[in-house]
Design a protein around this ligand. Structure first.
Ligand SMILES: Cc1cc2nc3c(=O)[nH]c(=O)nc-3n(C[C@H](O)[C@H](O)[C@H](O)COP(=O)(O)OP(=O)(O)OC[C@H]3O[C@@H](n4cnc5c(N)ncnc54)[C@H](O)[C@@H]3O)c2cc1C
Length: 340
């Protein structure tokens, strides 16, 4: 295991901002995790886990500890029956390469999540989702190192307590588990409608009537390319804000002024409001604030065009949050995690 010192974190996150990590190392083997954890603990050195850095923001002060970049490989068929195939996948595998591989095997369950950047191990953390699918739909269990009890554990789907962009890994047990592999049960059936509205619209408009894992993957890749900047070309972290959640009274108040507000009834008395819409209504779409551009094709995405520090991003972020609060009396929250 090679340990590097004073590494600029910005070279490893898609937002390309922030200071240096005191130490950084790549983890290729599950067993190395326990070793490095014990060493770091003996030296009182905090540990931070990183995958592809596509949902991570580094602060200007960097990280005064060791960043472990998870690169554990693996793709193993565990079970197979007439209806499904169960596959165990290493946490360091690239998410989209795995989606492609399962689509090539004519398996369904993650094809609508094509082209999401990042690693397999990070997927359960925020219960990644897109176009009507989320990892919680197919994940049956995962393996992780529990830094609290200092042992490797197997967590079931129920243990993960998944909900919208949430799991124990980004809430109650944040930072506790280092995920080493996940196990997915994928269906051998072809994808069937109804599909997510914008996906169905694309399929209809392009006269695509045969629904296979491959046609859904191709459609999703096309739709995403038209409204999400490629982080290899434009530095960004995807959706920078979570969708807003409003109470009925808040929504009624907004509707008085904006009767056409798009909403999604969450069924628990609360309503999801697309934050991109709020940002657009507030007049930010396409604007440049302190080197941070509110992406003109999708106001939910902030692009680092010429910002040089985390501070620049924070100014832009706070300006947007404040104006949304002033106009709509709704709180919006940052989606990407921060290294701290
Ligand atoms: C252009 C773009 C589009 C995107 N579109 C979507 C989308 O459609 N849907 C969606 O849900 N997300 C989307 N994202 C966000 C991002 O791709 C996902 O959150 C992805 O899962 C992050 O993977 P990563 O490996 O880059 O994780 P990182 O950014 O490296 O880490 C994210 C979090 O997971 C933790 N983590 C990483 N690996 C592990 C591990 N092995 N064990 C424990 N914790 C770990 C980190 O500590 C951190 O808290 C998008 C991002 C970009 C840049």
């Amino acid at each position: 295991m090679e340990i590097h010192t004073n590494i600029p974190i910005k070279n490893f996150t898609t937002m390309r901002l922030g200071g240096k990590a005191r130490f950084m190392t790549d983890i290729f083997k599950t067993e190395d995790i326990a070793k490095i954890f014990q060493n770091a603990k003996a030296q009182n050195l905090p540990i931070f886990i990183m995958g592809g850095g596509s949902n991570l923001i580094a602060r200007d002060e960097g990280y005064n500890g060791i960043i472990l970049k998870i690169k554990i490989p693996g793709f193993e068929k565990m079970a197979d029956d007439i209806n499904s195939t169960t596959i165990k996948i290493g946490a360091g595998e690239d998410w989209d390469s795995v989606v492609k591989r399962t689509v090539d095997m004519s398996l369904s369950g993650i094809e609508a999540m094509s082209a999401i950047p990042g690693t397999i191990g990070a997927a359960p953390v925020q219960n990644i989702g897109a176009y009507g699918q989320e990892i919680a739909d197919t994940l049956i269990s995962l393996e992780a190192y529990d830094t609290e009890n200092e042992e490797f554990v197997n967590l079931t789907h129920e243990d993960c307590n998944f909900s919208y962009r949430k799991s124990i890994f980004n809430s109650l047990d944040k930072g506790r588990y280092i995920i080493t592999s996940i196990t997915l049960k994928l269906s051998k059936n072809q994808p069937t409608p109804p599909f997510y509205d914008s996906l169905q619209k694309y399929l209809d408009e392009n006269n695509i009537k045969i629904y296979t894992q491959q046609t859904i993957r191709d459609a999703v890749i096309k739709i995403r390319a038209s409204k999400l900047p490629d982080p290899k070309i434009m530095a960004n972290s995807g959706s920078f804000f979570k969708n807003a959640i409003a109470e009925k009274w808040q929504l009624d108040e907004i509707k008085n002024k904006y009767p056409d507000i798009p909403t999604y009834d969450m069924g628990d008395g609360k309503f999801k409001i697309p934050t991109g819409w709020l940002i657009e209504q507030a007049g930010f779409k396409g604007q440049l604030i302190n080197g941070i551009r509110v992406y003109d094709k999708n106001a939910l995405v902030l692009v680092n065009e010429s910002a040089t520090s985390y501070n620049d991003l924070e100014i832009a972020k706070n300006q947007i949050i404040r104006k949304i609060r002033d106009i709509f009396r709704v709180e919006i929250e940052q989606e990407p995690n921060e290294i701290q």
